[in-house]
Ligand binder design. Structure first.
Ligand SMILES: Nc1ncnc2c1ncn2[C@@H]1O[C@H](COP(=O)(O)OP(=O)(O)OP(=O)(O)O)[C@@H](O)[C@H]1O
Ligand SMILES: Nc1ncnc2c1ncn2[C@@H]1O[C@H](COP(=O)(O)OP(=O)(O)OP(=O)(O)O)[C@@H](O)[C@H]1O
Ligand SMILES: [Mg+2]
Ligand SMILES: [Mg+2]
Lengths: 255, 255
């Protein structure tokens, strides 16, 4: 089997969804079988693939309520070459609904264990919080990949994320941070260069060499409902995520 | 009494904290008595004022557990001229803890009703979600001010926010959207101009005339633990928030 990654970071707007979508579609472009899971009630990953969250018969909501069924019944193939378990708007009320369930953090892991389709990479996009959905993403993942905006508030968020990962390791000991991805980098500002320097000094070779620059095409693509490789394949954003996909593949070559 | 505003928007990274802090300190600079409330477990508003969240004896966490005491016992005066109810890291586990309480959405409102200090403006900074903390912010506010990044995902988030506001109106009928603030505007890109056009067309005079531009000084200020008016008073960011403060004052002149 392949690897499962959770793109966890409770700081908002750091590029979790953009990275899950862009990296996932680039890995598919390199010939891998890829599953994306949208675990955010905002359903941005679903929208980013051009799918309307309010038209879905099944979504990740039904998967969490019926983990023994696996994910196939809620999975869609997409024009971008990746499979998707979409989020629907029902998810918005589900966090409190699930809060009372036994093993509430392990629902997604159970569902993936009950899944028979072989994927090389499974990428999970959580919401900007450390609540039930993000805990499910962490408990289902082999590794956490942390999209980190090169700003002060994002860097200050790392200790809380690391503490939450330690907590989850009580029920899922194999979980570790697999990598840190510098996102929304702006080489024109000292702030971006300074924060990147701090990140590389503190986290050393956990940090991917590839840095994702600010590139307006990445912000435009969601309006078109297309991943960056389709919307603007020659853009700096597409090139950066293609490079990141190659680096990830080298770091986690599937057996 | 004055006005209470909640800067609600579940999309992450749109400038909720930056707007609460910058607008609040500019209103204080215009001679008003201002209280800021940090309701986000990330405690960014607290950090933005140079206060360490892990050193606090009292925070908004104790306020929510003891609403009958009011907010004074947890309120600090700050060098920036605003009072603050800070967030501590204890807040991170509190959402599920509060989920079982009767009237769990009304805790902050109760606490503000039990407060005897007179403020002209109370500004509340919620987390990027529509969970218990954000519901408390909505139920305690007179108006919602929506910081809206000029990107597609942020604009798509509006219907869900509006639906949540409708829900809260069942227990707090006077709540309404008081204004929309265009943030992280980038006049060099078509995307920013197009989204701004869509926002102004759909929401008409709810939208403040003042637009907040992308300005690196606003991203640098949190590293220094200073609001923008102190860190870089001549910057485009400081001037924009000063203009917004004047516009807000005109729109909601305190009686
Ligand atoms: N490298 C980039 N250059 C320019 N815009 C970007 C880039 N990466 C992401 N964006 C845009 O910035 C915004 C934030 O990114 P995104 O939504 O992917 O972050 P997120 O961490 O998933 O947010 P949330 O915390 O709300 O889930 C989006 O509007 C997105 O289109
Ligand atoms: N106008 C601006 N120009 C440049 N940077 C900005 C601006 N406004 C905010 N920022 C920076 O962008 C990031 C996001 O802003 P901020 O943290 O205020 O948003 P938020 O909505 O409160 O995020 P969250 O959803 O995590 O609570 C921060 O690093 C902040 O310093
Ligand atoms: Mg996202
Ligand atoms: Mg914030």
């Amino acid at each position: 089997m392949g690897h499962t990654f959770a793109f966890a970071m409770q700081k908002g707007g750091v590029g979790k969804t953009t990275t899950t979508l862009s990296l996932g579609t680039m890995l598919a472009g390199r010939g891998h079988r890829v599953l994306l899971i949208d675990l955010d009630p905002q359903a941005n990953l679903t929208q980013g693939l051009g799918i309307q969250p309010d038209t879905l018969e099944y979504s990740v909501y039904e998967v969490l309520l019926n983990p023994e069924r696996g994910v196939e019944f809620a999975t869609q193939t997409t024009a971008a070459g990746v499979d998707l378990v979409p989020a629907s708007l029902d998810l918005a009320g589900a966090e409190l609904e699930l809060a009372g369930k036994v093993g509430r953090e392990l629902l997604l892991r159970k569902a993936l264990r009950a899944t028979h389709t072989a994927y090389d990479y499974i990428l999970i996009d959580p919401p900007p919080s450390l609540g039930i959905f993000s805990l499910n993403a962490l408990a289902a993942a082999d590794y956490v990949l942390v999209p980190l905006q090169l700003h002060a508030y994002a860097l200050k968020a790392m200790p809380q994320l690391e503490a939450t990962i330690e907590l989850i390791r009580e029920i899922h000991p194999n979980l570790s941070i697999g990598g840190i991805i510098c996102t929304l980098a702006d080489r024109r500002t000292n702030l971006s260069l300074q924060i990147e320097q701090q990140v590389r000094t503190r986290y050393t070779d956990l940090v991917f060499e590839t840095t994702i620059p600010i590139n307006v095409k990445l912000a435009e693509a969601p309006s078109a409902g297309q991943p960056i490789g389709v919307y603007a394949p020659q853009s700096a954003g597409a090139i950066a995520y293609a490079t990141l996909a190659a680096e990830l593949e080298a770091r986690y070559a599937t057996p």
